[in-house]
Design a protein around this ligand. Structure first.
Ligand SMILES: CC(C)(COP(=O)(O)OP(=O)(O)OC[C@H]1O[C@@H](n2cnc3c(N)ncnc32)[C@H](O)[C@@H]1OP(=O)(O)O)[C@@H](O)C(=O)NCCC(=O)NCCS
Length: 166
């Protein structure tokens, strides 16, 4: 398995994995598929030291991806980024998410960030498990902030302090 920065050629694989959750899951609160232009805009927002996008390949096939995204357009939040990590359904439970998130934490530190945030639907047990296993801490619960598939959803807020006290 091979970790590397995402390229524009990976966009179909990245969004195939992502859109399975857009259409069928609550890992993301996006509800619509991304157009070609929106995929390209996502790619263009990533690739800097503070906002990387990475993929993990297995025999040339992208089996998962992860990114750090701008948390807010308000400049005082620039020390903070939001984590995304998505593993193809057929490749879960084999350490792919752990490798991606471990690398993302390191890249966030190298990129000069202070804090990583994760917003995770409360019922996403694997995602909560992954983040907690890698040292994210539970900050609190945003109660009933989302609604998808006709269900009102709580969201857990987790953080990882890169440069401060636990
Ligand atoms: C969450 C997700 C990325 C985990 O990826 P994965 O490759 O299956 O996870 P790994 O095999 O690397 O597991 C790493 C750790 O995560 C936790 N974990 C993984 N699956 C779990 C599960 N089903 N239940 C509880 N904890 C789990 C464990 O702590 C595990 O460590 P261990 O293997 O030593 O027990 C993957 O399930 C996924 O893509 N889910 C849908 C998208 C999503 O929820 N993304 C997060 C939103 S930002």
């Amino acid at each position: 398995m091979h970790l590397r920065p995402a390229t524009a050629d990976d966009l179909d694989a990245i969004f195939d994995i992502y859109e399975d959750e857009v259409l069928n899951g609550v890992a993301t609160f996006d509800t619509n598929r991304f157009s070609t232009e929106e995929r390209r805009a996502w790619f263009d927002r990533h690739g800097s030291a503070a906002h990387p996008a990475i993929v993990l390949e297995d025999n040339g096939v992208v089996v998962g991806w992860a990114s750090l995204s701008q948390f807010s357009t308000k400049q005082a939040y620039d020390r903070t980024a939001e984590v995304s990590v998505y593993v193809h359904k057929d490749h879960r439970g084999k350490g792919v998410g752990r490798r991606l998130l471990t690398e993302l934490i390191q890249q966030g530190r190298n990129g000069g960030l202070g804090v990583l945030l994760a917003r995770i639907a409360a019922e996403q047990v694997p995602s909560l498990g992954l983040h907690l296993a890698l040292g994210f801490q539970h900050v609190g619960t945003m109660r009933r902030v989302g609604e998808k598939f006709g269900r009102v959803l709580d969201v857990e807020l987790l953080d990882y302090q890169l440069d401060g006290e636990g």
